[in-house]
Design a protein around this ligand. Structure first.
Ligand code: FES
Length: 120
C-alpha cells in the first residue's frame, strides 16, 4: 500500500455545491473515491460499491435511522456516509478529510481530482 498523504481536492465553496463528487485517482480508476458533503461535513468513501461495483458517486443521499446514507444507484443498498457501513454487513472503506483555509483535503494513497487525469 502506498503511503497516504493529504491530497488537495479543491475549494470548499465549489465542492459543497454537490452532495456527491467523484474523485478520480491518478493511480487507477479502481481507487476512485466519492466525496460526500452532508450536514456541513465532507466524507471520503471508496467510489465503487462493495456489493457489485455500482458507482456510488451517482447515488443519492438518503436519511436512514436519522443518519445520512449514500444510496447505491444499482440495487439501492444504503451506506452510512460517516462510517461506510451497510445494514447487511458490507462496508465501504473511508478516508479522513479536512478543510483548511477554505480548501478540502483527503488523506489518500495517490493524487485525486474531480476531473479525469490525462492518459499518459
Ligand atoms: Fe451497489 Fe448492488 S452494486 S447495491
Amino acid at each position: 500500500m502506498a503511503t497516504e498523504q493529504w491530497q488537495h481536492i479543491g475549494s470548499e465553496e465549489t465542492l459543497k455545491t454537490k452532495p456527491c463528487n467523484r474523485l478520480h485517482a491518478e493511480d487507477d480508476k479502481r481507487y476512485d473515491l466519492v466525496l460526500v458533503y452532508v450536514r456541513g461535513q465532507f466524507y471520503a468513501m471508496e467510489a465503487w460499491c462493495s456489493h457489485a461495483g455500482g458507482p456510488l458517486f451517482k447515488g443519492d443521499i438518503e436519511d436512514f435511522n436519522g443518519r445520512p446514507h449514500i444510496q447505491c444507484p444499482w440495487h439501492g443498498y444504503l451506506f452510512d456516509a460517516e462510517t461506510g457501513k451497510n445494514q447487511l454487513g458490507i462496508k465501504q472503506e473511508m478516508f479522513p478529510t479536512k478543510v483548511e483555509n477554505g480548501q478540502v483535503y483527503v488523506q489518500y494513497r495517490c493524487a485525486l481530482c474531480t476531473s479525469p487525469f490525462p492518459k499518459s
